[in-house]
Design a protein. Structure first.
Length: 91
């Protein structure tokens, strides 16, 4: 089984810090779950329409993590691009 690799962007790190607790803990929990079981129904992993290689996972009812599938010398990974309110994520 191939493990999921992720790399956080500076924007994601800034957004996560700005949101504060307890949301930051929920974000970490969602990312851990994504690494362990990316197809877990609770994450609602889905492609973003009209945005190639772009996906979201659910943090909670209102927030989503934006992921962009990329590759480097070690193979494919997901760039953790941002975390935002559901409506803002799709803009």
């Amino acid at each position: 089984m191939t493990s999921i690799r992720t790399k956080p962007s500076a924007r994601f790190i800034k957004s996560r810090a700005k949101l504060g607790e307890p949301l930051a803990s929920r974000i970490d929990k969602a990312l851990k779950k994504f690494h362990e079981s990316p197809t877990s129904p609770g994450l609602n992993f889905e492609a973003v329409k009209n945005a190639p290689n772009t996906f979201t996972i659910r943090v909670n009812r209102n927030f989503r993590i934006l992921l962009i599938q990329e590759a480097d010398e070690d193979g494919p990974y997901f760039l953790i691009a941002d975390v935002a309110d559901h409506d803002d994520t799709y803009r």
